[in-house]
Design a binder for this molecule. Sequence first.
Ligand code: ADP
Ligand code: ZN
Length: 762
Amino acid sequence: MDAARSSPDQGCFFVTGTVCEVIVDLHVPDVDRVFHYTVPPELEGRVRLGHRVLVPFGHRPRVEGYIIGFGPAGVPRDRLKSILALLDEEPLLTPAQIEVARWMRDRYVCPLVQALQCFLPPGSRLRSGRTARALRQKVARLADPPAAGAAREALARRAPKQAAIIQVLLENEAPLPSAELLRRAQAPRSALHAVVQKGIVIEEEQTARRDPFHGRPAPHARRPHALTEDQQRALSRIREALRGGEPRRVLLQGVTGSGKTEVYLQAMAEALAQGRGAILLIPEIALTPQTVAYFRAHFRERVAVLHSRLSLGERYDQWWRIFEGELPVVIGARSAVFAPVKKLGLIILDEEHETSYKQEESPRYHARDVAWARAQREGAVLIMGSATPAVEVRWAAEAGEALWLSLPRRVHRRPLPRVETVDLRGELLAGNRSMFSRTLSEKLEAALDRGEQAVLFMNRRGMASFLLCRECGYVPRCTQCEVSLTLHDPGILRCHYCDAAHRLPEACPQCGGPYLRPFGGGTQRIEQEVKRLFPKARPVRMDVDTTARKGAHERIVEAFAAGRFNVLVGTQMVAKGLHFPGVTLVGVVSADTALNLPDFRAAERTFQLLSQVAGRAGRGERAGEVVIQTYAPDHYAIRAAAAHDYEGFYRAELAYRRRTGYPPFSTLVRLVWSGEGEEEVVRAAQAAGAAAAGDLRSLGVEALGPSPAPLSRLQGRYRWHLILKGEGEPAIEAARRIKEAHEATGSSGVRLTVDVDPVGML
Ligand code: ADP
Ligand code: ZN
């Protein structure tokens, strides 16, 4: 590593006589490496690390590139081509960001250029179809305000329109956009032209910023809460970490309603007081106007927002204002982890266990890990907040790698809701064939009678259908991988990790009963059943189908909050961050869909989801109640969720992970082959698996599969996957070699994607 890239202080590294290491923006496999260029005399002394440049490349006269270092070329200088131009005055990439991009390339097996581009303004790439541009507009101001009064008098009779323009400008301290000025003065363009000619008014170009707040001022600040003792204790440890100036990871584990948000806010205030910037990451779905308003009320006009609902132009302008240091506080979804905040002091991940922090297209990064990679290189503190920390994060805290702070109580000591688990195995025996147990039916009816609201929740991610015995709750699982088997071909049960196949048993192996059935049923059916069985119910449904249209999600939330509906039926969408004081009953129609996904994290997801859903009840004055329906009432994830017992869950889950060797006791890498022809996909996957066998053995990496992916056909493409399990570096190295071999063969319409630390296994 040379000095130019290892030290952040070397950002203004001036070069003479050296050559530049350039990464070019072409997404072709063998172009993903450094190319060398010389600096032409006219750019001598101006080219710096992190600059965007234009370079000639192969037959292409101009290609965008990024300077990631300086050094010897290894070939004579006169054989090298020269940089054509600098694209910006200032380098857009800092040395630390280039380092993080290198880390991403190594960790996620992605092209370096893709990682670098995460740090650049959105949509600004030359080759991109939709190119965002700065909006330039003309603005007008008075050349000499004290003298303008007299000028207006002189013109009042002869040229009233010109006088009107001067009058409007006199009433306005700041320059006005010309169009706005003409509208207010009710004057034609020619009148403005005339006063400009006379030297009374100056018109000039200015870059206009598109504003995601549309000019709405920040809401008024409420008085800050006096912190509880728990909050105070956590905050002072965070302050210490910030003052230390060293990179630090913090797990803030606080039950729902314990006031984590207030701690975030005050931690950000501390970073700002030190003259540093802060990034707050929130799961996309929780990034509501109310959340943003809460922080704007405190940090006023210094807040930037970045999320996918902004227009490209708005995101582009926010990016530049952050880059220029105007907006030191950034609130955003996953990709805001790359925001060009100056002197970054603090990154916060709220609900750090959320799956939406993982990007499901290349580069397949996890925002939590990128945040830590950044914090380490920029001397920042990373706070990971959650009521139900990811097992990996909690494990890191236990191992001393992260500072562990907890908020064990709710603010105001509001009680957590009472949770009752209903064993569905008893319902069939009692002659109840409906989706609602007798307990849930009674409680729902009572709540509706009292004029209260209810949420009915169903996880519908389980598109792969697993089998479940309706009498004893037995679910067939793979003896080797311990994930549920899936009904694949008629009569055949398959493991989607190792591809083991089993004949479908005629009767349940556990109880001998005849009711071993595929498990299903979606939100739509629940809605119909609610209408049929409960005359007082006015149900509304929230799932991917009803929220596809822009703004639909918000409309459903508002209508339900306003009381126009009294039952909200939904998928995991309803579990996240919603606050409905009128809800006194939450019913989990089936906890089993999540529990039986063919994924080693199924139990963890179930626990997190149930805890979160339970947190929706009793947010108001009246106490809340939760009913969980399940065929597996004794499963540790369900027992622990019902008892609000994270510790109990974590201990049991950690034992399972240790026994099976899943993360955090290993690193997983998932390779997915996909294509339109089934045969080619199967052949590519099997050939790669066979070819890699020797490599895997020598690296000490275990391979599960290849096997059909649980979603074995997606958007017309067949999918097979192979799961590598081993120590971090070797498992990633094995994946890299398989990918390189795949690219070397220039494969026939089969695509291979590498997913390191996958969060979804479907
Ligand atoms: P969490 O994010 O931990 O679930 P919140 O930050 O949403 O919890 O806080 C829950 C509620 O408690 C919010 O309405 C918040 O305004 C309020 N709150 C937070 N801290 C305090 C405090 N110190 N005193 C009074 N109310 C508080
Ligand atoms: Zn298996």
